[in-house]
Design a binder for this molecule. Structure first.
Ligand code: C2E
Ligand code: CA
Ligand code: CA
Ligand code: CA
Length: 279
């Protein structure tokens, strides 16, 4: 048909079809990505805002497919979660990040922490604590050097399993932080019973510093309430000096973002930070 409406309809369905195929292709490739060694881990340093010293790093998974190229975790992690592939990917990231950190152990302070992202559905499983314990004993890493980042939607479900998993992990000394804080709907009082060690303010708020006065007030409120609940506050996605200065005046504890460093390969990370650990 020559009608615009039907042309755009056809375009729309073709586009949807193409996207469905792409998704299926990603899903099929993702299943093989682990055995084909296409996954890797990059490390983004995190710093004490006052001293400037490095306090840890966040492990972030990367996927480089020989044909599809580099695929962002924000694309493949949701697919991995829907298909359950996340359980194997999650274990792989945890093991390799801990092994790498143990290897760095002699070059870092004992309070250095490696942060690993854990999906909500990994928290729904009975074997999470056993997996973490086994990774720690296999790699030799001290539990206090491992921090697990859980997103707000993980705790929104507040199932007994999630609560128990968090409690048991804390009992063996593993640190737990709440990631992307501010994007969900949980109140700070709701979070009290989880006893998180750290709170990471979502980067969407940090990007609003100097732009949205109301979001600046929210950041200040989050920091003071988190402190009153005994949590350390980390700002993620810090890109400018202006944002850093604001966060210093509001008593934020730690920072992470492109202003300091993008995520780095293990080699780059070691070269840049573990020989000379000041910003
Ligand atoms: P996230 O946990 O919130 O990780 C922070 C993201 O912000 C990372 O994106 C990081 O590269 C990016 N980032 C760091 N500094 C800046 C900055 O200054 N500005 C901006 N605009 N971005 C910055 P990345 O690596 O693409 O990861 C995206 C998301 O994928 C992560 O968000 C996390 O939710 C998920 N993810 C990554 N690795 C894993 C993993 O091993 N397991 C699970 N379950 N999820 C993962
Ligand atoms: Ca994270
Ligand atoms: Ca985050
Ligand atoms: Ca995020």
């Amino acid at each position: 048909s020559k009608e615009n409406g039907s042309n755009s309809y056809q375009f729309y369905t073709e586009d949807m079809h193409k996207r469905a195929l792409e998704r299926l292709e990603i899903e099929n490739c993702l299943r093989k990505a682990l055995e084909k060694c296409e996954l890797s881990i990059v490390y983004q340093p995190r710093f004490n805002i006052r001293t400037g010293y490095i306090v840890g790093a966040e492990a972030l998974v990367r996927w480089n497919h020989p044909v599809l190229g580099s695929i962002s975790p924000s694309v493949f992690i949701p697919i991995a979660e829907e298909t359950g592939i996340i359980h194997d990917i999650g274990k792989w990231v945890l093991y390799n990040a801990c092994k790498q950190t143990y290897y760095w152990y002699n070059n870092v302070d004992t309070d250095f922490q490696i942060s690993v992202n854990i999906s909500a559905i990994q928290f729904q499983r009975d074997d999470l604590v056993d997996i973490v314990k086994k990774v720690l004993s296999d790699t030799g890493l001290k539990p206090t050097m491992l921090e697990l980042e859980v997103t707000e939607n993980t705790i929104m479900q507040k199932t007994e399993k999630t609560l128990n998993n968090i409690k048991e992990l804390k009992e063996i000394g593993v640190k737990i932080s709440i990631d992307d804080f501010g994007t969900g709907f949980s109140s700070l009082s709701y979070m009290k019973e989880f006893h998180f060690d750290n709170l990471k303010i979502d980067k969407s708020f940090i990007q609003d510093i100097g732009v949205s006065y109301s979001n600046e007030s929210i950041i200040s409120a989050i920091i003071s309430m988190a402190h009153s609940m005994g949590m350390t506050v980390v700002a993620e996605g810090v890109e400018t000096e202006y944002q850093l200065d604001f966060l210093i005046t509001r008593n934020c504890d730690e920072v992470q973002g492109y202003l300091f460093s993008t995520p780095l390969t293990a080699e780059e990370f070691m070269f840049n930070y573990l020989c000379n650990d000041k910003i």
